[in-house]
Ligand binder design. Structure first.
Ligand code: AKB
Length: 319
């Protein structure tokens, strides 16, 4: 099956880079980008783009039929920090959009679905180190609840209606092209911007808060890999643990100091500290490594070098 792809939420941090990668692989005319507004002009102007509300079933169905779509990547979501401010908005967007896409697959309008879950499915009662694939899951954020419930529905639709759904639990994603929005792990992107512009950063998490993280290129590779794996190799239909590296804000600051010796960091924890405290410090992703050969590439120092190089050029071109 040649994928004819619709990306819902293509203007966001992961959606935008996924759109470019999928267009590179499958060709511009086979990848339709969509979002609720024209918030990322690079994406809007880079190929076919549709305005689409992820909560509008009829509109998604029209778009799927118009472009003869067989594969949907549902990237629209309200993340952990924003979800705490707007709980019902987060619940409605995160759950309604998932049901719409699952129901389109159940009704055979589409054949394959990618839906991202998150390390936010875990909670304070989960083992924190090397968190297993199958373990206690009592998420304490609205975002985490939507992802945990979403995982159950994905598995249910696969078992009951044979929906080909594939999912990974993303850790914090570090990237330079598009800013993240509304997450707890966002500090790990903001810090690089401030390192370039101000040589200092005030972190909203404590210095010893270890969290699982990953460079965008690895996250995109995982997404492409799981979607192109053979059907029988995908043994988990809720969501796969996915891991690359783990670090604390202090360790991240040290790695920046290796490149910018006069960079300084201060700490002023806010409400996001409690969210970070409820999440794992590191993740056991051996199921993904065994089932579909997942492997990450970027170490912390690789990421720091690449982030500072790319952002350095970006800010130089703007001035
Ligand atoms: C967040 O911080 O909310 C997200 C996530 C870990 O899913 N980046």
């Amino acid at each position: 099956m040649t994928p004819k792809i619709l990306i819902i939420g293509a203007c966001g941090q992961i959606g935008s880079e996924l759109t470019f990668k999928l267009r590179e692989i499958y060709g511009d005319k086979n990848v339709i980008a969509s979002d609720i507004s024209y918030s990322n002009l690079e994406i809007v102007n880079s190929g076919i783009f549709e305005i689409l509300d992820a909560e509008d079933y009829a509109a998604i169905k029209v778009c799927v039929e118009k472009h003869d779509i067989n594969t949907v990547y549902l990237m629209a979501a309200i993340l952990s920090a924003t979800g705490e401010k707007y709980p019902m908005k987060a619940w409605n967007l995160n759950m309604n959009s998932l049901f719409h896409v699952l129901n389109l697959a159940k009704a055979k309008f589409i054949k394959k679905v990618f839906w991202p879950s998150s390390i936010a499915v875990f909670g304070t009662t989960t083992p924190k180190k090397n968190t297993p694939q199958f373990t206690v899951m009592e998420p304490s954020t609205v975002y985490g609840i939507t992802k945990q419930v979403g995982e159950r529905w994905c598995e249910y639709y696969h078992n009951k209606y044979a929906v080909d759904i594939r999912s990974v639990r993303y850790p914090g994603i570090i990237s330079w092209k598009t800013m993240p929005g509304g997450g707890t792990t966002d500090y790990a992107v903001e810090i690089y911007h401030k390192a370039i512009t101000d040589k200092k950063y005030e972190c909203f998490l404590k210095e010893d808060t270890a969290l699982p993280m990953m460079f965008m290129d690895d996250a995109i590779k995982a997404t492409v890999d799981i979607m192109s794996a053979d059907n029988e190799d995908i043994k988990i239909r809720s969501s796969y643990n996915l891991s690359a590296i783990s670090f604390t804000p202090k360790e991240l600051a040290e790695s920046i100091k290796q490149e910018i010796p006069d960079f300084t960091i201060t700490y002023n924890p806010d409400f996001r500290q409690a969210i970070a405290n409820s999440w794992p410090k590191s993740i056991d992703d051996s199921n993904a490594r065994e089932d579909w050969n997942w492997k990450h590439k970027f170490s912390l120092q690789d990421i720091t070098k690449e982030m500072l190089k790319q952002l350095g050029e970006k800010y130089k071109n703007q001035s």
